[in-house]
Design a protein. Structure first.
Length: 97
């Protein structure tokens, strides 16, 4: 049960990380910088609706990362699970191309 929970959390976090990384610095995501710090490094000129959606996704990502950290008792392991899930997502996308 715990392994499935870890996999689901990591997969959700990986999807969010990929979306957020397209706009801002991925290293700030792994350091769990504040949204404002991350947004400053993101592309400028976002509408308020886009910024609000990003803020929600960023908050969800940090909550998932925190949950993974609590379950694994390791920040490094939580990040490794997310990165592994991202590789699986990338593999899924490359199958159709």
């Amino acid at each position: 049960m715990t392994i499935d929970s870890l996999r689901l959390l990591a997969g959700s976090a990986a999807s969010l990380w990929q979306r957020l990384s397209q706009l801002g610095a991925p290293d700030l995501l792994s350091r769990r910088a504040s949204f404002e710090e991350w947004l400053t490094a993101a592309r400028p000129g976002l509408s308020s609706a886009d910024e609000q959606a990003l803020r929600r996704d960023y908050r969800r990502f940090t909550l998932l990362l925190t949950e993974l950290e609590m379950l694994t008792r390791s920040r490094e392991q939580a990040l490794a699970l997310i990165q592994d899930a991202m590789r699986h997502l990338d593999g899924d996308h490359s199958v159709g191309t």
